[in-house]
Design a protein around this ligand. Structure first.
Ligand code: ADP
Ligand code: ASP
Ligand code: MG
Length: 400
């Protein structure tokens, strides 16, 4: 059972979580509980780091940020003990949960389940802070924002759990973000592929790397509400166990992208590679890409998107390489948002793209860039249009 930040936002809510666990324990289930930091705590710690330095040490950043989860694990364990349930916290280094990769964004490499199983055998509820790990150099690490979901899935796998339940502040996964569109509906069952697309396109209800891990290991996930735990929530499972009667399963949006356009790029072999190599060297992720061929076929414009945080860095780098790449002008725009429709039903239904573009055009929403995969279509629009675009597509595809 994993409880997110809003679910443990204050003492009252932590007591409520303890009651949910106590109730679950009635049938003698062996329970491992993963907790997030209390709502707002991680953001507050990020701000504190910024007030010390713009170049705050990555190693210390992880020590700082992981502390939020540690606080919750102790409060919840003690609350369970208070309710006469045997419980203990187990921090990442005590298990250990070993991670690899860079600080701030590590990945779980291995997890020793022995100590946990030992305590489960003694009938303890084991409470584990999510988001944190320990590197091979024995330094505290964190696994990326929203990472407690990934901690829960990794534990479910290592312990060969019967169920993995993600408790959050909504009743499950909805057809779109219920905060943006009040016509959003709860989805009963969704495939790994679909929620993977939706989460990487902005639906933060499940962190995308946690879905990836669940998909690779066939771990069934139930997303449920902490505030009405009796309700069924959403089940995430493999596509062959779902019957599709809808073309589109959901609509997602994100506003952390920025658009970069190089105007007047020479149309010759090697140019695209010259543009994207330096970005690759700096680990900058490029998402949507379009290239227009000019009428005289001598010059082209290249437009692509990067994460908004990477925009200034990318701009500087490409300006420094202006002579080597050979272009006339560089434009950037960070007031853009990406809106996507996702659905495995798309594979067997023609005309989805037309229907999407037509619906947007009727609302006079201009499309800046388009990208597609087998089960999704994304468009980049001005960020002032994002809410209208989401609502328009939600009703155009009969999800209201
Ligand atoms: P937690 O703190 O429990 O991890 P998050 O805030 O990370 O919770 O994720 C839950 C939130 O995700 C919801 O409150 C909602 O605002 C947002 N969200 C975005 N898209 C969706 C969606 N398609 N379905 C449900 N929630 C969504
Ligand atoms: N507390 C961390 C965050 O806010 C991890 C999590 O909640 O999943 O990103
Ligand atoms: Mg989350």
């Amino acid at each position: 059972m994993k409880f997110g930040g809003t679910s443990v936002a204050n003492i009252e809510r932590i007591k409520n979580v303890a009651d949910i666990i106590k109730n679950k324990k009635k049938d003698n289930s062996k329970l491992v509980v993963v907790v997030s930091a209390m709502a707002g705590v991680t953001n507050d710690l990020v701000q504190k780091s910024k007030s010390i330095s713009k170049n705050f040490s990555n190693e210390e950043y992880d020590v700082l940020l992981s502390s939020g989860e540690q606080v919750t694990s102790a409060l919840l364990s003690a609350c369970l003990i208070e309710k006469n349930i045997q419980a203990r916290s187990m921090l990442a280094w005590q298990i250990p949960i070993v991670t690899e990769g860079q600080h701030k964004n590590s990945r779980i490499l291995s997890l020793n389940s022995k100590a946990i199983l030992n305590y489960l055998d003694m009938n303890y509820v084991v409470v584990i802070p999510g988001f944190q790990g320990i590197s091979e150099k024995m330094r505290v690490s964190t696994i990326g924002r929203g990472g407690s979901d990934a901690s829960a899935v990794a534990l479910a796998k290592a312990l060969d759990a019967d169920r993995c339940e993600i408790y959050t502040d909504v009743e499950g996964i909805f057809t779109t973000n219920p905060e943006i569109c009040d016509k959003a509906k709860k989805i009963e069952k969704i495939s790994y592929d679909e929620i993977l697309e939706m989460s990487s396109l902005g639906a933060k209800v499940m962190q995308s790397s946690s879905v990836q891990k669940a998909m690779m290991n066939d771990i069934e996930i139930f997303v449920k509400s902490t505030f009405s735990p009796e309700k069924s929530g959403t089940q995430i499972l493999s596509e062959d166990r779902i019957s599709y009667n809808q073309v589109i399963t959901g609509v997602a949006s994100s506003n952390d992208d920025a658009k970069i356009t190089l105007i007047g790029v020479k149309d010759k072999p090697g140019v695209a590679s010259a543009i994207f190599k330096p970005l690759n060297d700096q680990n900058i992720i490029v998402d949507m890409i379009v290239q227009n061929i000019s009428a005289d076929s001598k010059k082209t414009d290249v437009t692509f998107t990067v994460k908004r945080d990477d925009m200034d860095k990318t701009k500087k780098m490409l300006e420094n390489l202006k002579k080597d790449i050979g272009y006339d002008n560089l434009l950037t725009d960070n007031k853009v948002a990406k809106v996507s429709i996702v659905g495995a039903g798309m594979i067997t239904h023609p005309g989805v793209a037309y229907k999407m573009f037509n619906a947007l055009s009727l609302k006079k929403i201009n499309i800046l860039v388009i990208s597609t995969s087998e089960i999704r279509i994304s468009v980049l629009v001005n960020d002032s249009n994002v809410e209208l675009a989401v609502k328009t597509l939600h009703s155009a595809f009969e999800l209201d």
